[in-house]
Design a protein around this ligand. Structure first.
Ligand code: 5AD
Ligand code: SF4
Length: 485
């Protein structure tokens, strides 16, 4: 766990240390002094609202930033208005960007009413020079802008802003060192994500991630294992190992090692109950990993295996490095090695040049694989990526029609699969009181499916056997097996 004594030991009377993370400790303490003054002025602690868009990586980054801000003296709040509003942005698809500009329009009015309010933007969208320029030009009331590579510098940038009273914009074009040993905070006491690598080297032709998250870098296995051991001591029972392409973990390490090896080592950590990971690229999913998944009892029976398209021709244009047949063969090997595995996927509809025949191949894979569920996306043109300048952009009405057909196909299989598990008893890790009905507790099965169950809040964080009594589309209703809590 994070050692706050190291932070307290930093002297704030002199110059800021050059070394990280001590430099950030210094600025955290400086900001803390400032926040104490704010607290006196307002007669309450200042509040912060961190809004996170996008993937699990961003969720993890937001957890880290929450911890820094809590140390400074901010109280995190759920509502979208607060003394400090921080947007951790995503730019994978155009509509994520539009959402941010929509919110900024609204926040402008809020800030006119409350000039002390602070607004910051960070994350993937801020790694795009055009977007930063637009914020600078059209949204001058934004106080702090930073990117994905210097997220650990939040306290330093914040301090620069409060000192100068001027906007601070600091975005690094390229990744630099990985800075760890900053405080952590978890949304859930019993589960969290753990970064095992950063960046992506795959350059799928539609995807902006390699441009905004930088090159692939793996963390040292010992650092990962130590972090997880610390988390387990602190009450965590489930970890999600995070990386853009976890199957290529270890390739950049001096002592090369594989993801399968890492998984086996994590599996041995006493007290840990469940291991998940995200995201797998089919091209790097080795037989060694299938064996490890099958043999490690803590690894959840779920694999998210993005397909993107079922057409080998489109897959080639996407630069995915596998064919339809290779993907299907991989699924067969997975089902043979881990018979009870649930598969989920990502699919893009309307990639440039996609014909009705190509789309039919996607439907064919969906029917053959039988995914438990799938995230479906309409292709979104991201400038700077190779696909943005490809010919044959598909007209929106055709994309929409295909998208709806795909959804129907996925939903039909999903409800069949869910229906087939009714009556079974399975372990559920309970996560939270249901937001709509507080007599229900919501949790997840090993395969990640959601289960609502009559129960009490003291089950949160526990794994208990539940009988699945009803299937409602994407979730189950269940009953705790009597006598178990
Ligand atoms: N358009 C639509 N979907 C995209 N994704 C990534 N880039 C794009 C894009 N330009 C999807 C992929 C990926 C998921 C996280 O987002 O399916 O797996
Ligand atoms: Fe994007 Fe492909 Fe990397 Fe995933 S593997 S982040 S889709 S480039």
């Amino acid at each position: 766990m994070f050692d706050y004594q190291r932070l307290e030991a930093v002297d704030v009377h002199g110059e800021a240390p050059e070394r990280e993370p001590e430099r950030q400790y210094y600025f955290m303490k400086k900001c803390h002094e400032w926040a104490e003054g704010e607290k006196k002025r307002m007669g309450r602690p200042p509040t912060v609202s961190i809004q996170t868009l996008g993937c699990q990586m961003n969720v993890k980054d937001s957890e880290k930033m929450t911890a820094v801000l809590m140390y400074i003296g901010y109280e995190p709040v759920e509502q979208k208005e607060a003394d400090f509003v921080l947007y951790n942005t995503c730019t994978v698809r155009e509509n994520a960007n539009m959402k941010i500009y929509g919110r900024l329009g609204y926040l402008k009015n809020q800030k006119e009413k409350n000039p002390e309010m602070k607004i910051a933007l960070c994350g993937c969208m801020m790694q795009e020079a055009d977007e930063v320029e637009r914020v600078r030009r059209d949204y001058p009331f934004v106080d702090i802008v930073f990117g994905t590579h210097n997220i650990y510098k939040l306290a330093e940038l914040f301090y620069r802003h409060i000192q100068s009273g001027r906007p601070v914009i600091d975005v690094w074009e390229k990744e630099r060192e990985i800075v760890e040993d900053l405080p952590g905070h978890r949304k859930y006491a019993f589960k969290t994500g753990v970064n095992i690598m950063y960046g992506c080297n795959n350059f799928c032709s539609y995807c902006i991630v390699p441009y905004v998250r930088g090159r692939e870098r793996s963390r040292e296995p010992q650092d990962i294992l130590d972090e997880i051991r610390g988390l387990v001591k602190d009450g965590v029972v489930e970890v999600m190992l995070l990386g853009q392409n976890v199957n290529s973990y270890g390739k950049t390490l001096e002592n090369r090692q594989t993801f399968a090896q890492l998984l086996r080592e994590v599996n041995q950590i006493e007290g840990l109950r469940r291991i998940r990971f995200m995201t797998s690229h089919p091209k790097d999913l080795s037989p060694e990993l299938i064996d490890a998944m099958g043999e490690c009892e803590k690894v959840c029976r779920h694999l998210h295996l993005p397909l993107q398209s079922g057409s080998s021709r489109i897959l080639k244009m996407m630069n995915r490095h596998y064919t339809k047949e290779e993907y299907l063969a991989l699924v067969e090997r997975l089902r043979a090695g881990i018979p009870d595995i649930s598969l989920t996927t990502d699919i893009i509809v309307g990639f440039p040049g996609e014909t009705e025949e190509d789309f039919a191949e996607t439907l064919d894979v969906v029917r053959k694989v039988r995914y438990d569920s799938a995230y479906t996306f309409i292709y979104s043109k991201r400038s700077g990526t190779p696909a943005a300048s490809m010919e044959g952009q598909v007209p929106p009405e055709i994309v929409k029609e295909r998208f709806e057909r795909l959804l129907k196909e996925i939903q039909a299989v999903s409800s069949e699969i869910n229906g087939s598990r009714l009556g079974q008893v399975a372990d559920v890790l309970f996560e939270e009181v249901n937001s709509q009905d507080d007599s229900l507790i919501t949790g997840r099965l090993s395969n990640n499916a959601i289960v609502h169950c009559p129960g009490t809040a003291d089950w949160i964080g526990r794994i208990l056997p539940v009988k699945l009594t009803e299937s409602r589309g994407f979730y189950y209703m269940g009953e705790i097996v009597s006598g178990s809590p």
